[in-house]
Design a protein around this ligand. Structure first.
Ligand SMILES: *Cc1c(COP(=O)(O)O)cnc(C)c1O
Length: 380
């Protein structure tokens, strides 16, 4: 079976983990490897601060706390996303207002956002689907005029750019994921990026159980204490050491993924030209990171047939995200703004193809040939 995903492993991960255990003798958070990862993120984005977290979900929770979301506040986001995007705000009592997506990028339709704003709106949460940026200039402009926070769900957007700016560091707060299904991984993990220095101290306090421990470790105060409400959002050094191996060789992973992505694009272009399928669209101002390769088929029925066919041919292709507004929790905690023109229709016909660091050229060629067989070989 050709796996849909395999966590990347470059070979140096175990050396760093051994170093953390044997030499550093520190396994809890914020040691050498967490600091290396934070510094890497600050160097590769314009964030004034990056903080490694236990997940992207937790980074989103930190963002919701920093935005001071309260019961009854409204938060605008697409329905076509992972449930964590909404969960973080729902935990603070927010009502989710789902805005339709653009069919070309599957990202929130920036042209619909302004109308969805009410006096209760506190934040806009753009999700950069497949590492392809949302139309951030428009979104930042709307947020500025209405005095709203922008929280980027950049779970899929590490090392992707919008007009040369790194995703995650464009809005007030940005959230990365280092889950094993993402481009760079530490098992479970993520990061919070802060654009403005004024939020750094509060973010550090929230992440460290509501204490001013970060300040204490920097020698800025002589004892640390409980100063605010918080939680435990810092990961173990074991996970950070695994991640450091990958960030240190991030281009190696990126180049490999780009190569696979380009092979797919090339290998499937005939099927697209002949009108059988649609391939991903990358707007001019976006530099993507080959997080995902998807195709769109005609409709839900054809997609189910295609996924079953691929499985028979030992290829594990998947669909994802049942739009949140049609899930039980989405109906309870949110409402869809105006008409669902594209969210359900476009998500129903999307199929993700295998894409990971270990995927061979031969396998990609085989997958492309198998898709051609489905559409043209009369094998259905
Ligand atoms: C993966 C993902 C998340 C959750 O990331 P975790 O690190 O697993 O919490 C959130 N949002 C989006 C868009 C994702 O793809």
């Amino acid at each position: 079976m050709i796996n849909f995903n395999e966590p990347p492993m470059l070979g140096t991960e175990l050396n760093y983990i051994t170093d953390a255990v044997m030499t550093c003798k520190k396994l809890s958070g914020d040691g050498k490897y967490t600091k290396l990862c934070n510094a890497w993120m600050e160097e590769h984005t314009s964030a004034s601060k990056a903080l490694l977290t236990t997940s992207c979900t937790h980074a989103l929770e930190m963002a919701a706390l920093l935005c001071e979301i309260r019961e009854g506040d409204e938060v605008i986001m697409p329905s076509y996303t992972f449930c964590s995007t909404a969960d973080a705000f729902v935990l603070r009592g927010a009502k989710i207002v789902f805005v339709d997506i653009r069919p070309d990028t599957m990202n929130i339709d920036e042209k619909l956002i302004e109308e969805a704003i009410t006096e209760k709106t506190k934040a806009i949460v753009p999700v950069h689907y497949a590492g392809v940026a949302c139309e951030m200039d428009t979104i930042l402009d709307i947020a500025k005029r209405h005095n709203l926070f922008v929280v980027e769900d950049a779970a899929q957007g590490v090392k992707a750019f919008y007009k040369g700016r790194a995703l995650g560091a464009i809005g007030d707060f940005g959230c990365f994921s280092f889950h094993e299904t993402k481009n760079y991984c530490m098992g479970e993990g993520g990061a919070m990026l802060l654009r403005e220095p004024e939020y750094i101290e509060r973010a550090e306090i929230i992440r460290e159980k509501g204490t001013n421990r970060a300040k204490f470790f920097r020698g800025q105060i002589d004892k640390y204490t409980w100063v605010d409400a918080g939680s435990s959002y810092l990961p173990s050094e074991l996970n950070a050491a695994y991640l450091w191996a990958q960030l240190d060789q991030a281009d190696e992973i990126l180049n490999k993924r780009m190569h696979v992505w380009d092979l797919y694009k090339e290998g499937l272009s005939d099927l697209e030209k002949e009108g059988h399928i649609q391939l991903p669209f990358i707007p001019e101002e976006c530099e993507h990171n080959a997080h995902m390769f998807y195709i769109k088929c005609r409709d839900l029925e054809e997609r189910s047939e295609l996924i079953a066919y691929l499985r028979k041919k030992d290829i594990n292709a998947v669909f994802h995200y049942v739009p949140l507004h049609s899930s039980p929790a989405g109906r309870k905690f949110g409402r869809f703004f105006q008409e669902d023109r594209y969210t359900t229709k476009e998500s129903d016909r999307l199929v993700r193809l295998p894409l990971h660091y270990n995927l061979s050229d031969e396998n990609v060629t085989y997958i492309c040939e198998t898709l051609a067989g489905f559409y043209k070989g009369g094998e259905r």
